[in-house]
Ligand binder design. Structure first.
Ligand code: BES
Ligand code: MN
Ligand code: ZN
Length: 487
């Protein structure tokens, strides 16, 4: 959708729907110039008589006869609880309600929820609108309804170039999030490792400075990636390790993003139970978020070096599949005893992490739908955060706070590493019965010596279940804030 900034006064343009956010305090001072006195009194009366609460999700439509338009009031919830998370929720509720009709021009009053105190910005508003408009389209012949134009109404005549900058930034982040959603939602018979590598190659079209290298199985073999290769060996689909290099700055250590790209996880020989196995198509969401973030960086021409590395494979049982008891050698030289072929994410990631070390990262962050245990422990609201560097962990928490893309840190005590010991190899690929998200992270940590590394377990946050099932695009929003605030 297109956006134009306008200063608040009585509207002279044709606007089909005027969106006005209202807190539970039901204050309307931010729109007092919008309507005539009698019309305004009618609004107040309507709030009273129709029990408009201002809670999230609550909406009231009001005919603005003076302008041949409609005003849609929507709840922003409690003013003191407002922030990026609530902004997203409020916008999603209202956009989903109004976006079923085609070709409408809308306006939105920004004054009352774009504020320094709430740490919400115009950029976040645009991003929230654009991500709320997302629908997965499985049929090109049935396009989704589209809104035509959105006027962003502000009180002051804000500087047009800074406004356009915010719009462009918000859109770029949203495009990255929506791309991650598309990749996650694409069925696993289409979205296989080769498909993901082609999606990465497409990034070169947006920005000429992007370089993409696709490492195929013979090359992996020569690099000694025995761990990654053990995961794909049961599948007809060859694994792909893809490195996306966006390096606009000279001589500056990059931020390296690493993503788990299991395009389908059956569990392998340690086969998963059938219930909800379709959800394992989202097991490439870490890789999807890397491609989404790289897309956003390239689109907004971020002035910092960012590298994306995705480890793509399909985890299938088959006559060639790896067995529990197999011992493989990773690229780092560390020998791994595979005790459960369903703990495959860490097996592909350890080789991707070792490969990515060649970029001498300033920070390395990996994203992975790594463990059901993370979902059990934290539920579906925050991603699990692990790090070998407290400062990096804090920077990621700051970005979570800035975006509402929440994280919760879990410990990496020495004790967890004890659980990975085996007498048949340097390390085994599973821990004991408890703390599975942490032993998985501890396994990865073994490959990160000397680098500032963090791991986000997105098993609970990367997709939504139920009637509105689908990819959430998380944690692209968090990653973009991290990249932009740590340039
Ligand atoms: N992709 C799964 C993790 C997962 C499970 C994410 C359910 C979201 C929902 C991962 O590869 C896996 O299977 N992990 C195992 C590890 C176990 C075998 C140590 C798990 O969590 O059960
Ligand atoms: Mn698995
Ligand atoms: Zn998996």
């Amino acid at each position: 959708m297109d956006y134009t900034g306008i200063q608040s006064k009585r509207i002279t343009k044709t606007i089909d729907l005027q969106l006005v956010g209202i807190y539970t305090d039901k204050k309307t001072s931010h729109i007092d110039k919008m309507l005539s006195k009698p019309a305004f009194n009618l609004v107040k009366k309507c709030f009273k008589n129709n029990n408009f609460t201002g809670e999230l999700g609550d909406t009231r439509t009001f005919d603005d006869q003076e302008h041949d338009s409609q005003i849609v009031f929507f709840g922003l919830g409690k003013k003191d609880k407002f922030g990026p998370l609530m902004l997203n929720r409020a916008v999603k509720a209202i956009i989903q309600k109004i976006s079923k009709t085609n070709n409408k021009t809308i306006s939105i009053h920004t004054a009352n929820f774009i504020s320094r105190t709430y740490k919400t910005t115009l950029e976040q508003l645009v991003c929230a609108i654009e991500t709320s408009l997302y629908r997965y389209s499985f049929d090109d012949k049935k396009p989704n309804p589209k809104l035509k134009l959105c006027y962003l109404i502000s009180k002051t005549s804000s500087n047009i170039s800074s406004l356009n900058n915010s719009i462009a930034k918000g859109k770029a982040i949203a495009n990255g999030i929506n791309l991650a959603k598309d990749l996650g939602n694409t069925p696993p018979n289409i979205c296989n490792p080769t498909f993901l590598s082609k999606e990465a190659l497409k990034l070169k079209k947006i920005n000429k400075t992007i370089k993409v290298s696709v490492i195929d199985e013979p090359k992996m073999k020569s690099l000694g990636m025995g761990s990654l290769l053990s995961v794909s060996q049961g599948s007809k689909q060859p694994a792909k390790l893809v490195a996306i290099e966006y390096m606009p700055m000279k001589n500056k250590a990059p931020i390296v993003l690493v993503g788990k790209g299991i395009t389908f996880d059956t569990g392998g020989i340690s086969l998963k139970p059938p219930a909800n196995m379709d959800e394992m198509k989202f097991d490439m969401s870490g890789a999807g978020s890397v491609i989404g973030a790289m897309h956003a960086c390239a689109e907004m021409k971020v002035k910092t070096n960012v590298i994306g590395v995705i480890a793509c494979a399909e985890n299938m049982p088959g006559s060639q599949a790896s067995r529990p008891g197999d011992v493989v050698q990773s690229m780092s030289g560390i020998k791994i005893e595979i005790l459960n072929t369903d703990a495959e994410g860490r097996l592909v990631l350890c080789d991707a992490i070792t490969y990515a070390r060649k970029y001498k990262p300033r920070f390395m962050i990996d994203m992975a739908t790594l463990t059901g245990a993370c979902l059990v422990g934290l539920g579906k609201y925050p991603s699990g955060l692990f790090s070998n560097d407290e400062k990096l962990a804090q920077l990621i928490k700051n970005s979570a706070h800035n975006t509402g893309d929440r994280v919760w840190q879990l410990p990496l005590y020495d004790d967890y590493f004890e659980e990975l010991k085996t007498n048949f190899a340097d390390i085994q690929n599973i821990g004991g019965r408890y703390g599975g998200a942490i032993t998985a992270a501890a396994f990865l940590a073994k490959f990160t010596e000397g680098i500032k590394w963090a791991h986000l377990d997105i098993a609970g946050t990367a997709w939504e279940v139920g009637k509105e099932k689908g990819s959430t695009g998380r944690p692209v929003g968090l990653l973009m804030d991290f990249i932009l605030t740590n340039q």
